[in-house]
Ligand binder design. Sequence first.
Ligand code: HEM
Length: 560
Amino acid sequence: MLKGSGPLRVNPTLQDMLNTPYLLAIPALLIIYNICRYLLRRQKLSYPPGPRGLPIIGSFFDVLTPRTELDTQWAIYRDMGTMYHSDVLHMNILGNHTVVVNSAKAAEELLERRSGIYSSRPPMHMAHESGWEWAFSVMPYTSWWRLHRRTFHQYFRSDAIAAYHPYIRQATSRLLRSLTCIQSTTMGTQYDDLQAIVRQHAASIILYTTYGITEQEDMDAFVELVNNAAESLVTFSHGNFLMDYFPWLRYVPAWFPGAHFKRKATHWSHFTSELANKPWNQLKASISSGTAISCFGTKSLQKFDLTFNAADAPGDTSDLGMSKTDSDTKMEESVSLILISVLVLSHHPEIQAKAQEELDRVLGSTANATQLPDFSDRGSLPYVEAIFKELMRMYPSVPFGVPHYSVADDVYEGYFIPKGTTVVGNAWAILHDENLYPDPLTFNPDRFLKTEPQRGAPSAKHPLNPDPELYAFGFGRRICPGRHLALDTSWLVLACLLATCSITRISSDNTEPKSEVIDPIADFIDGLIAHPKPFKCSITPRSAGASELMKCGYEVGVEA
Ligand code: HEM
């Protein structure tokens, strides 16, 4: 053997070290170093303030608060924050860390500026067990989620939504026409009928934009699917079920005494799988038969050049562009916003009158000749816009948002937030913060009418009355990607209702309403989305011209 061609010679000392137990000492030292560092850090830093809770179960009972009437959980957490003089609250629930963020400042710092840490979702075991594993709202922050998000964003970003405007107009025309059919002079509009019309409207827009489905029969079936699956959305709020804290509970057989959660999950998974598959299969069938309408589903399939079978591939789907989207489930938020708008307007005739004066002036409407407002009029209708913003502020459809989850240790204002903390952005608390929105419990659209800044006024980091859109749709990288669609569709309904209808409150005993105070809006059909409790009102055309317009809708030719 030539000199130097043998095995690689290394420094003998190093080689000795590599061959000895020193090697084992390296990871051990690293572990000890990290433990010491963690303990030292923990000694200096405490968690954010909050209820101390009981041994082992922690603050379990603090989160088990009633979710109805005025005693809502978001208001309780806001008050708790005031009590502890902190805009971030910490709770230990059965060993899981939860942080509630009650201020715009903290939400912007944690959920937006540090979104690299706070953009995941807590493990939602019960949601998975109930068949929602395909929903991208519950996916952790992974490349698979990013792929979904990017694709979704491309077709639902603000400048892409204009392509859906003709259909949104058409759906709004249908809604107005349906309203003329359920008008009743004495008994008022039945809440169930109103809700059904608003659901049809929201469903038709989601079905059209996502799957290109326009047939009435298909829409009815879809509304039923969403209604069936809606109950299980309660699983999206991490912590509503013990399984979220103890994942091993999923192995408890359904027949086991007390395993109601397991039976519920099995029952729900049947509906969620129907919701995941039926409209998607219909889209694929229409593509095969050449009758598909260009929509999000067709475009994303084309983009990724997927075969239909590939899109359904079980198991590893990491190389697929887009399989299924849970935009289907997002109908409820828009339904909530529109129903709340009707309820609130019925309590405020003076606000309707002021908006109608603006609409008539801008649209040139008279008692006999009325015109429907359109997207192009939006910039000329500041008071209608202000009502829209005030509705979103005072009655956010998703008051607690969807929980985020931290993927690394963090320190906020001297408080320690450990990796694996569930972080809840309390949008309701932010939108009712009197430092941002003076007199927050008063419905006052005027707060959003732009005024010239006062000369010499101190410049605030957070201006007064910031746009509620900033908080009502969640935060950071997880912010609602469907918000532009939701905003356009809900704005058009609000503007058209104001332009054509008089909405009056009918009290439960059919007598004249006495107060502006609105009944509590806190009926949670799914534990996530705030719906108004059933209410009575009367929706009648403002004039003969308005009645005609409600029947005809937008220009002839737009209608299907
Ligand atoms: C008034 C109507 C709506 C409201 C108030 C609303 C609100 C929200 C909120 C608060 C979140 C959680 C954001 C976060 O984690 O920080 C969210 C997520 C989401 N929304 Fe909406 N939403 C509405 C309508 C829609 C519509 C119409 C669609 C679909 C076309 C949609 C699609 C989504 C999706 C896919 C997510 C999950 C995003 C993710 O996890 O990355 N939303 N929405």
